[in-house]
Write a protein that binds this ligand. Sequence first.
Ligand code: TYD
Length: 206
Amino acid sequence: MRGKFITLEGGEGVGKSTQADALADTLRARGIDVLATREPGGSEGAERIRDLLLWGAEDRWSIEAEALLFAAARADHLAKRIRPALNSGQWVICDRFIDSSLAYQGGAGGLGIDTVRTINKLAIGDCLPDRTLVLALAEGGARARVRDNDGSDRIGGRPDGYHQSVDLAFRQIAAEEPSRVRIVDASGSPAEVTQRLLAGIADLLK
Ligand code: TYD
């Protein structure tokens, strides 16, 4: 039987990577075989593209080139790791996936969510996540945490207004696709947040 495909999304500094690990561990403790992976990256080729995307001058790529590079990395990651894992019955938990492109390049970057969906159609075909959990903090909270972080890569280091548009775009995507995409409150202790994530996939665990 095909495994379930779950993606975690959200802006900078919402504790997403910690939660991806915690969710993977919790599912493993329930006897589920889990592949935990992340984007950009996750396969050898995609990790090379990750370096191109995240480092160098802010104007190194146009927004169009940036969106296409994310999609190219995703196509490789999906073909080499995600699809084979799902086909072998493993569940896949991926830290960021297509919705990051929709929010960062489509919404905040100005390409438009629909244009970025079209670009990614070639990369992923019909392999959309079974569930996408967007970690979100109430307005203001996310930015405060970013300042504690080192938002020093090409994209994390963009101005506050860009990141506010990212948050808005995630909310728009969740409103458009309510059965796939759920907003999860990222406030409180890490254990509380993990419980909320589990509640967000309860129907898949039956
Ligand atoms: P990363 O170090 O993985 O950050 P985080 O811990 O926030 O996930 O850097 C990934 C950066 O790339 C992050 O700023 C979000 C951005 N990104 C996009 O802009 N588009 C995409 O499609 C993906 C997958 C990531």
